[in-house]
Design a protein around this ligand. Structure first.
Ligand code: ZN
Length: 280
């Protein structure tokens, strides 16, 4: 079992793993360490043949506020972990280092997690912002509390959407455009209506409701569950889901490069100035 500092790894019942984001003081902002620990924990649960269902959850009032824009020395932290893609070039010049890093820890991780063979579930409360949706969309079953909201405000930062660009497949094309163009939040009720979440429950029932469903899934044959997941995932992949993500990722990096060329920052400097003036 790897050791973790930003997440918790629990086995609440036989055959069920529960991985909890545990930076509530930072609204579970994703720093490099948390993403690698989450990836390690998901691998650990996937490789344990006793585990049949994996739940991802988050401590605190909000599920995740997205990438940690205040992180110090992310490249140094990344070097402490074994990379999971074969990109390399993490210290490269020009556009290379950021492309390599985001290919690894954002798009790369999310594709890995989405394709983990076992059934995965995620329980979501409070605000889910920008990169936060990256920690929701890859998982198979989404249970949201009534107060959950989903927002990708990266267009306000000058960027065309978070690195894992599954929004059109989760919300439908029209709502995905509205969410991105306006930077508005999508309510749990709207997400349910659009099929982006499976169930909406009162906050106090979020954990127990999710665990009860996990228990019913865990009663099934694991090999059959794995094959069933492959079959359903093929429906989206045969409709171009993965290549849509790769196209959007390339466009996302064109905009990072645009802002670096024009201002030296990877996002709109006006957004960064307003972000920097906010309290931590
Ligand atoms: Zn990016």
């Amino acid at each position: 079992m790897p050791t973790f500092s930003q997440i918790l790894y629990e086995t609440p019942e036989p055959n069920i793993a529960r991985i909890v984001l545990n930076r509530p003081q930072a609204r579970n902002a994703q720093d490099t360490r948390m993403l690698y620990e989450l990836n390690d924990a998901l691998d650990f649960a996937a490789q344990d043949d006793e585990i049949k269902v994996i739940i991802v959850a988050a401590n605190g009032p909000h599920f995740s506020s997205g990438h940690d824009l205040r992180e110090k020395a992310p490249r140094e932290t990344q070097k402490e972990f074994r990379t999971v893609t074969t990109w390399g070039g993490f210290d490269g010049d020009g556009a290379e280092a950021q492309f390599a890093r985001e290919q690894e820890i954002y798009l790369g991780f999310c594709e890995r997690w989405r394709n983990l063979p076992k059934p995965t579930m995620v329980e979501v409360q409070g605000r889910v912002i920008a990169g936060g949706v990256m920690l929701v969309w890859p998982f198979d079953i989404v249970i949201a509390s009534e107060d959950a909201t989903f927002q990708d405000n990266t267009v306000a930062m000058g960027i065309c959407g978070a690195e894992f660009f599954n929004h059109p497949y989760e919300l439908g094309v029209r709502k995905a455009k509205e969410m991105l163009f306006t930077s508005d939040e999508v309510s749990a009720a709207d997400a349910l209506r659009l099929g982006a979440v499976n169930h909406v429950v009162p906050r106090e029932e979020l954990e127990s409701f999710t665990l009860a469903m996990a228990r019913r899934i865990a009663a099934k044959n694991l090999f059959s569950l794995k094959i069933t997941k492959m079959a359903v995932n093929a429906a989206e992949d045969n409709a171009g889901r993965a290549s849509t993500n790769q196209t959007a990722f390339a466009l996302h990096h064109m905009l990072h490069t645009h802002f670096k060329l024009t201002s030296g920052l990877p996002i709109d400097p006006e957004f960064m100035a307003s972000f920097a003036s906010r309290k931590a």
